[in-house]
Ligand binder design. Sequence first.
Ligand code: BT5
Length: 267
Amino acid sequence: MNQFDSISLEEIKSIIKTKKIGCKIKYYPKIGSTNDIARKLAIDGAPEGTVIIAGIQTTGRGRLGRKWLSSKGGIWLSIILKPKMLPNIATIITSMVGIAVYKTLCTDGINLRLKWPNDIMVDDKKLGGILIEIGTELNTINYLLIGVGINVNNNLSDFPTEIRDKVTTLKILQGTERSRAHIISQFLEEFEDIYNTFDKGEQSTIFREWKNLLDTLGRKVKVVTENKIYEGVAMDIDADGSLVLKLSDTKIISIIAGDCIHLNEKI
Ligand code: BT5
């Protein structure tokens, strides 16, 4: 047992400087998925900014029901939001989470980049991911759940062999274990900052910042959407957060959701 083996809620509460995000924080040493607990709490009327943190998730999930490996040592958390309804709200919130993770970790000499739409990458390996789930009723957002997973003190041996060459952790990158309480507190502060910018209606400022961090732009990519696969050059992010793709026949299209594979170095 060492000092970084567990996440101390008391420590987070003693250092965090936010007003809204983290107004209530719940910690579970081992649960299914923080997003499931968040959903229950949101339906029961938990206030905006409530945060749920897990030590281990037994049924952590990614997008489209994919499995998210959540062994001991990572940051697995959800935030309950109650934002105003906007078209493509999931995209702007994903961008805000990516920017907040970047600002939290960039001072540590890590070459962190974002891969459209929701991957947190270092040197082309996945360090973390973002999952947005929305509860709506008659065109009104009842709640929006942000799920964030970041590999911190977990080891490569915690991952199945088939994805070991595609993932990384802060411990592998930095050769040392980190206080997750500190990282979480800083991340929640960075997120609150950018959520205030969002509340002021400054979406274009947020997308401009996102574009600077997106490693996807300028690359040849393959994008797998629900019903089609596209290949082309990722040109830009448009006003609603869609990826603008120039196809090989020079046709230009916008894609709001999908899985993106980088096919080459930046051109
Ligand atoms: C994501 O999905 O990247 C969103 C991950 C969100 C996880 C958080 S943890 C807290 C909250 N509670 C939850 O239950 N979930 C959220 P997606 O883009 O679909 O990527 C999923 C893919 O990433 C998998 O199919 C694996 O290939 C890979 N993967 C799984 N676990 C990983 C890990 N710990 N680190 C890096 N890659 C992983």
